[in-house]
Design a protein around this ligand. Structure first.
Ligand code: BES
Ligand code: MN
Ligand code: MN
Length: 454
């Protein structure tokens, strides 16, 4: 094991250069013009997996973006780990706020700046290099490993879900290792054991059959923007509780133990507020900030448009107004059921003066992973060893909808060994990844393979 760790240390600069090449590929899954880059990114991953020493490498084409698979099953009798991650990234806008070209990585103060650096290319690359270090030094791995790296995580894993269903034998494993979440704080080894789910809705309010002169018609008709604003304002009460009938019915309550565990984490609400430029935080009454983010469902407007939004003034009453509204869900809420309750509630709130259309854009299940699973314990030990500190356990407000499918379809325990930071601007301008965590991550991964093989 010592050799493996030494090898990682002495090849570290090389790894960073390779990661830079990975980050240069603009693999934005949502934009049709980047379709060829998706193939290039998939080929990059499969090429590096091959060079690392894995065999049976395959790029599965789908109706969407390719899925990369690789395996090495040379340790009969030993457990099998499936490493999951994604090579797709989010769009870059607003581009003018970036300090460098998002696809021309720059290193500053020990951090690498590029789209996808922390979400999720940097974190995926960690495991490719740890596997490589074993092959280069020992000639083999201590257990069996499979890789499943997809290109549609940021757009809902549409084609990975049926792929899992159709390939349960191929993907059979004892644990799924995922690095696509965050450390609790810099340098703190962290296992995430809960992710929120999602129901993402669009509400379109239509009033008059066309835009109207706001002088000749103003005062005589209901304005769709005003109506939409009224509807939105009624979705939560003064205490920050969501008013949708039945919304909380299936919510898993926070246990006393869990609340105590959250409280024991060093989290300063003041610093958190300051880091995002706020004087004061706000949320559901009766819960701390961590509880609100990690273990309570929420409802938020993500975007709203209608009427005149260009420069200057135009006197107009809009025919339509639209809002994008997301709800983050917690176990055991069901995205489809919540979407239906939402639609029913919106229709009830709308006056007869307008027509309302509600669309269910996409969703994902929340998940809680068992803390006593062998893989979780091994990962916690491995991270502690690499970081030289005790591992902490947290939940997460974000979502990775495919995780629940791993638990259900493959009957394997997912382990969220995240290495990013929530301050690393994922999905925002100037996304970056702390290279110290990149290095500690490669070691954590190597220690995990060793630990879990026992
Ligand atoms: N890696 C993130 C999930 C995440 C976010 C983990 C923040 C830890 C902290 C993932 O790539 C992501 O962005 N998920 C989306 C899912 C959605 C597109 C279905 C999310 O949470 O919005
Ligand atoms: Mn991600
Ligand atoms: Mn993401």
């Amino acid at each position: 094991m010592e050799q493996v760790i030494k090898h990682i240390e002495s090849n570290y600069d090389l790894y960073i250069n390779e990661l830079k090449d990975f980050l240069r590929i603009p693999s934005i899954s949502t934009l049709p013009e980047n379709k060829p880059d998706m193939q290039r990114a998939a080929e990059f991953v499969s090429d590096k997996l091959k060079k690392a020493g894995l065999n049976k490498i395959k790029i599965f084409q789908t109706e969407g973006h390719p899925i990369v698979y690789a395996e090495w099953l040379g340790a009969p009798g030993k457990p099998t780990v499936l490493v999951y991650g994604h090579y797709d990234v989010q769009p870059v806008d607003p581009i003018e706020l970036w300090h460098n070209d998002p696809f021309d990585p720059v290193i500053k103060d020990g951090k690498i700046y590029a789209r996808g650096a922390t979400d999720d290319k940097g974190q995926v690359y960690v495991h490719i290099k740890s596997v490589e270090a074993f092959f280069k030094t020992m000639g083999h791995l201590p257990l069996n490993v499979k890789f499943l790296i997809e290109g549609e995580e940021e757009i809902g894993s549409e084609h990975l879900t049926p792929f899992l269903k159709q390939n349960t034998d191929l993907l059979k494993c004892d644990a799924v290792l995922i690095s696509d979440t965050a450390l609790f704080s810099p340098g703190t080894p962290t296992i995430t054991y809960g992710l929120r789910g999602l129901a993402y809705m669009e509400v379109e309010v239509t009033g008059p059959n066309r835009d109207l002169h706001s002088g000749t018609f103003g005062g005589a008709v209901d304005n769709p923007i005003n109506i939409l604003a009224e509807i939105i304002s009624k979705l939560k009460n003064k205490d920050g509780k969501i008013t949708i009938t039945g919304f909380y019915d299936d919510v898993l309550k926070l246990s006393k133990k869990e609340r105590e565990n959250f409280k024991a984490l060093k989290f300063k609400e003041k610093d958190f507020a300051k880091s995002i430029g706020l004087k004061e935080l706000k949320g559901e009454k009766g819960y701390s900030t961590l509880e609100r983010i990690w273990a309570r469902p929420t409802l938020d407007c993500n975007g709203i448009f209608g009427g005149w939004t260009g420069k200057g003034a135009k006197t107009v009453l809009p025919s339509k107004a639209t809002a994008k509204i997301s709800m983050r869900l917690v176990p055991h809420q069901e995205p489809k059921k919540i979407a239906k309750l939402f639609e029913k509630h919106i229709k009830k709130l709308a006056p007869k003066t307008v027509k309302v259309e509600v669309k269910d854009l996409h969703g994902g299940y929340p998940v809680i992973t068992p803390l006593d699973a062998a893989a979780t314990i091994a990962a916690s030990k491995a991270m502690a060893k690499a970081f030289g500190k005790k591992t902490v356990f947290m939940r997460e407000g974000g979502s990775i909808p495919i995780v629940v499918e791993f638990a259900n379809r493959l009957n394997a325990s997912p382990v969220l060994m995240g290495l990013g930071l929530n301050t690393e601007n994922l999905h925002s301008p100037n996304e970056h990844f702390d290279l110290n965590h990149f290095k500690l991550g490669i070691k954590s991964s190597a220690y995990f393979f060793e630990e879990f093989s026992r």
